[in-house]
Design a protein around this ligand. Structure first.
Ligand SMILES: [Zn+2]
Length: 147
């Protein structure tokens, strides 16, 4: 089985590393920097789909291995219902919430050719002030407060 490296990423889509396949992996380790999230064991998502989105949206900071050095403030549906095929070819259908829902949406976006910079929070067609920051700014002002 695989392990993602904590502090580097909690998900990776196949097309991020040049593999043309609708496959992604997710892992939120128990010692994750994001203390609000519950751990998610290494999970393989084959052909994941979002079936339903909650109407409620929530904002959160996202980084991406494909856009290193930058963090984006992105508003996404709080909860989603997803389906996918797992590593043992089992069909999974479940509701995911919170930060796990954010990670699922981020990785499924990759599989659909969308990177997080395209999801950055906008109002009236303008990027919300402060919604795109450097990794250094994020580490100094946001990351330390969430620990
Ligand atoms: Zn990404």
């Amino acid at each position: 089985m695989f392990r993602l490296i904590d502090g580097v990423g909690v998900g990776l889509a196949a097309n991020q590393i040049g593999i043309d396949s609708r496959l992604a992996v997710i892992e939120i380790p128990p010692n994750s920097k994001n203390k609000k999230s519950k751990p998610v064991p290494p999970t393989v998502l084959i052909n994941p789909r979002i079936l339903k989105y909650s109407k409620d949206k929530v904002g959160g900071w996202e980084g991406c291995l494909s856009c290193s050095g930058v963090r984006f403030w992105i508003e996404r549906p709080k909860d989603i219902e997803v389906s996918y095929v797992g590593k043992d070819r089992e069909h999974v259908r479940k509701i995911v919430k919170g930060w796990e829902a954010r990670v699922f949406q981020h990785e499924i976006d990759h599989l659909n050719g969308i990177v997080c910079g395209e999801r950055v929070a906008c109002r009236n067609g303008q990027v919300v002030k402060g919604a795109v920051v450097s990794e250094a700014w994020y580490q100094k002002h946001v990351s330390k407060k969430s620990k």
